[in-house]
Write a protein that binds this ligand. Structure first.
Ligand SMILES: [Zn+2]
Length: 247
């Protein structure tokens, strides 16, 4: 059996879980010295309460700042209606999503908000923008199932056209925790997907969705020995010729 080190495949022996917010904290946007306090804007209670202790500050940005927003909508199977979070929305944060589960915890995204968390947009908020900033409060307020803790930013209201000018790129958010800084390979993504296509498989390395699913009779060919001796059968292979990753 081949060693995992000789092929382009996921070494499951090296995968260790980390605490939500542990990895992205090293790369998050540092706002120190980049904000100027302004007179506090009064936000509706429903918005103010999404900040920890309902505490937030209104600030003007003194420089361009990099922000992230997690979003995604789907069409309900029975209702035909769209649910979820749009590309363009009020909420953003200073840290990228580590995985779908981690971002749900860090931003305290309640299931009833129906954000599919399929995508993340990385964008540059221009200097001179007025934002409201605080820490994402735990949700729901009584049970605190989702801890929150990320920096939460309420963006100024802008048009989609304006927002598009800010966009650096889009990416898929995976179920697996990131172990390296994410790339944003897409110029656009389908904000709304049919519920059958929700969370379609994509390559964790290059994010392409041209994927081969390993069949039963191919299992042997796709079974490797991990770096610590574990034996793993890969489930997928990326068909992008420049990638070819197996996992
Ligand atoms: Zn790939």
């Amino acid at each position: 059996m081949k060693s995992i080190n000789t092929v382009n495949a996921c070494d499951y022996d090296q995968m260790t879980l980390y605490k939500s917010g542990e990895f992205n904290s090293k790369y998050k946007t540092d706002l120190k010295g980049k904000l100027k306090r302004k007179n506090k804007q009064i936000l509706p209670d429903s918005v103010a309460e999404t900040f920890l202790n309902s505490y937030y500050e209104t600030c003007e940005t003194l420089e361009d700042i990099i922000l992230y927003r997690v979003f995604g909508k789907y069409i309900g199977k029975n209702t035909g209606k769209e649910y979820g979070a749009e590309i363009l929305g009020a909420y953003a944060t200073t840290e990228f999503a580590e995985s779908m589960i981690d971002v749900k915890i860090r931003l305290a995204l309640l299931p009833e908000w129906r954000n599919t968390k399929m995508y993340e947009v990385k964008f540059c908020l221009p200097k001179g923008s007025v934002i409201n900033i605080g820490i994402a409060a735990p949700q729901p307020p009584d049970k605190k199932t989702f801890a929150g803790g990320a920096e939460q930013i309420i963006l100024p209201k802008v048009s989609r056209k304006e927002m598009d000018k800010w966009v650096i790129g889009y990416r898929r958010i995976g179920a697996r925790q990131l172990t390296k800084i994410p790339t944003y390979p897409f110029n656009s993504v389908d904000e709304v997907v049919e519920s059958i296509n929700l969370y379609s498989v994509f390559c964790p390395e290059c994010q392409c969705s041209d994927i081969h699913k390993v069949e039963n009779d191919e299992r042997e060919e796709y079974t490797f020995v991990g770096s610590k001796g574990g034996i793993y059968t890969m489930q997928y292979k990326c068909l992008n010729s420049k990638c070819g990753y197996m996992w």
